[in-house]
Write a protein that binds this ligand. Structure first.
Ligand SMILES: [Zn+2]
Length: 380
């Protein structure tokens, strides 16, 4: 083959490989061979060239549940330079950051609310924080790669928050993000926590794991084979798995959901009789952190209830790890031990083999860092 034609063929193979990585987010060499039909030596040679010139990078290891041996190296496109705007709208806080693709936070602003904030108030605070971080980081619109907004709600098929508290609200305009970028995505907060842990935290060494967010409510994000799995928008909504047949009616309209037993509201109801002054979420986190015996007992039981519900998911998906985060989950201790105990008891033993149950590493930054990873396309 003439040198020119060989170069043209090689260029075509490069484009083909880069296209597969763009579509899949990340892939190992075996995936590339399957997707392109190219030979192992060709893939190997072009991958080495792409790694050397910085077009692609190694992003972690993926262990297939069905193959023995060394975990395979995942490859992904090198993210573009620039900055991401990431906003996390929680029940009692709003956080906004400007960060780069390595997850380095350049500017950050947070507001905390004593009570669950009205959504329009949270949105107006978010707008103020976005303007502040953008000004402080001196970002220019052409330097912003994208913006992500984490919301405590599932997303409908058009990517809009489905929870009643967001109904009828214009979400784009109030946040003011469109003055910086037209790449704006809304993502469920537990999903973003999973992505944050996958890109920058305790999940980075696992290809398949479940991130359990234990905060005001109970939610989960699923990272399957290195990618976020959202189903049709409600995947991972474990807080609404029914755990008591004749239990309390839940916000979702069903009854006996996990959230009626293990959410912060349920824990506070159970804890209140032992305390004179009214307790709120901040008190709950403080009591949990200080080792208060009543709170420890409640969290241990909540962990077991969560673990029992989770055991069906673990038996079904056979993940490598459970990463426990959120304001209450990140404390570790009795809630994580409770989850582990229930998984040991209720999971199919083979699914439990080598399962790691661990505390999240990104703490209260998991969601904003997940937003950064989404904006840069680090985890699809
Ligand atoms: Zn429910």
């Amino acid at each position: 083959m003439a040198a020119g034609r060989r170069d043209a063929a090689r260029e075509l193979h490069r484009v083909h490989i880069l296209g597969v990585l763009r579509d899949h987010g990340s892939a190992n060499r075996a995936d590339l061979i399957r997707a392109t039909g190219l030979s192992r030596p060709t893939i190997s040679s072009i991958v080495t060239e792409l790694l050397d010139d910085g077009t692609i990078r190694e992003v972690g290891k993926y262990t297939s549940g069905t193959t023995k041996g060394r975990p395979s190296q995942l490859l992904a496109l090198t993210p573009p330079s620039g900055h991401a705007l990431s906003v996390d709208i929680g029940h009692t806080h709003v956080r906004a950051v400007v960060a780069d693709s390595a997850g380095h936070v350049l500017q950050e602003r947070v507001v905390a609310f004593a009570q669950r904030a009205a959504t329009d108030h949270a949105l107006s605070q978010a707008r103020r924080l976005v303007a502040e971080v953008a000004a402080a980081a001196r970002v220019s619109p052409d330097g912003v790669i994208g913006a992500t907004v984490g919301v405590p709600s599932p997303l409908d098929r058009s990517g809009r928050p489905a929870a009643a508290r967001f109904a009828g609200l214009d979400l784009m305009d109030p946040l003011g993000l469109d003055s910086y970028t037209d790449r704006i995505r809304f993502v469920n907060d537990a999903d973003l926590g999973a992505v944050g842990e996958a890109a920058f935290g305790a999940g980075s060494r696992f290809g398949t794991f479940i991130y359990v967010k234990l905060s005001h409510g109970v939610g989960a994000g699923l990272i399957l084979g290195g990618r976020l799995f959202q189903g049709r928008g409600y995947a991972g909504d474990i807080g609404h798995i029914r755990v008591v047949d004749d239990g309390e009616v839940c916000l979702c309209g069903n009854r006996g959901c996990l959230e009626t037993i293990a959410s912060s509201a349920a824990l506070l109801r159970a804890l209140q009789p032992a305390h004179d002054s009214p307790l709120d979420f901040t008190d709950l986190v403080r009591l949990a952190d200080s080792g208060d015996p009543g709170t420890q007992a409640l969290l241990s039981d909540a962990g077991r209830t969560i673990g029992r519900a989770l055991s069906a998911v673990v038996t079904t998906l056979n993940p490598e790890a459970i990463v426990v985060g959120g304001a209450l989950g990140s404390l570790g201790g009795p809630v994580v031990r409770g989850i582990q105990d229930a998984l040991d008891r209720y999971c199919q033993p083979a699914a439990m083999r080598d399962l790691v149950v661990t505390v999240a590493a990104c703490g209260d930054h998991a969601e904003v860092l997940g937003g950064v990873a989404v904006a840069f396309g680090l985890v699809e």
